[in-house]
Design a protein around this ligand. Structure first.
Ligand SMILES: [Zn+2]
Length: 272
């Protein structure tokens, strides 16, 4: 028994409706033949050579990724550049490609929702709500027991897959934290949201110097969260297992596997 690419894509769109995607985003069905049959699906954060080769070697008929391969305008799929080369590999390997990006961030068990529940946060609410109050970007919640910023960062380091950059923290190791805001992936655009400003700590990725520095300087004057910066890839990789479980439930005849390849772009760091 198998499903078709179109049928799997319909399940993906039911689990992570495209209506939930941000206007700038380009998730959905990216490569493949709708009528081709699917007996196995592979999941990865990024559609890069390593994860595409892995999917094809495993015999996967469909690769579901978090990051859309064709986000900005593409005028060629010649294989002398990354995107054309990836599309060529997928087509020759008989593997379709579908992305669930911001449409998989907003749902209750999306990237931020999964990270929040793994940390044991309760009373969860989105940082920025969508029309459905359970849905939206980022999550804020509380820890049952207050802990220190340092202990929370250690817990995160244990939860997340290994990366070169680890977990970086702005704040005092011993300061108490209970209310936690977080956003899987790049979340510096949420720094000034009231739900983030009202939290003891904000966990996200890709925090650049100026937004982080200004947030800390403002916090020193007016109060605000400590900051925890984790690997973008790692924060979103945690979601894949939940997504795989949802797909297995919807498509019991299809084999679903999760890539354990580290596609974080950073390979090593020198700690001074
Ligand atoms: Zn991302």
């Amino acid at each position: 028994m198998s499903a078709t690419v179109a049928e799997v894509n319909a399940v993906i769109e039911r689990l992570w409706p495209l209506s939930g995607a941000e206007a700038w985003d380009a998730p959905g069905f990216l490569v493949g033949e709708p009528e081709a049959s699917v007996t196995s699906i592979h999941l990865a954060v990024d559609a890069v050579a390593e994860s595409i080769d892995e999917a094809i070697e495993l015999g996967a008929d469909l690769l579901l990724v978090h990051h859309p391969l064709l986000l900005r305008g593409v005028t060629t799929v010649a294989e002398d550049r990354y995107k054309g080369a990836m599309i060529g590999r997928l087509i020759r390997g008989g593997c379709a490609l579908v992305a669930a990006h911001t449409n998989a961030d907003v749902v209750e068990r999306g990237t931020s929702g999964v990270l929040a529940s793994l940390l044991g946060l309760t009373e969860l609410a989105p940082i920025v709500s969508a029309a459905d109050p359970q849905q939206g970007i980022g999550r804020v919640g509380v820890l049952d027991e207050p802990t220190s910023l340092g202990q929370l960062a250690r817990r995160l380091a244990e939860l997340l897959p290994l990366t070169a950059t680890g977990v970086r923290v702005a704040g005092d190791y011993n300061q108490p934290v209970r209310r936690v805001a977080l956003c899987g992936g790049a979340g510096d655009s949420l720094l000034s949201e009231p739900a983030v400003q009202g939290a003891d700590v904000y966990i996200t990725s890709d925090l650049r110097h100026h937004p982080a520095s200004e947030s800390r300087a403002n916090s020193a004057i007016a109060g605000g969260p400590a900051l925890v910066d984790v690997s973008h890839w790692a924060s979103e990789w945690l979601w894949l297992e939940t997504a795989a479980a949802q797909l297995r439930e919807e498509l019991p005849e299809v084999t679903v596997t999760v890539s354990e390849l580290r596609t974080d772009p950073w390979d090593f760091a020198i700690v001074q």
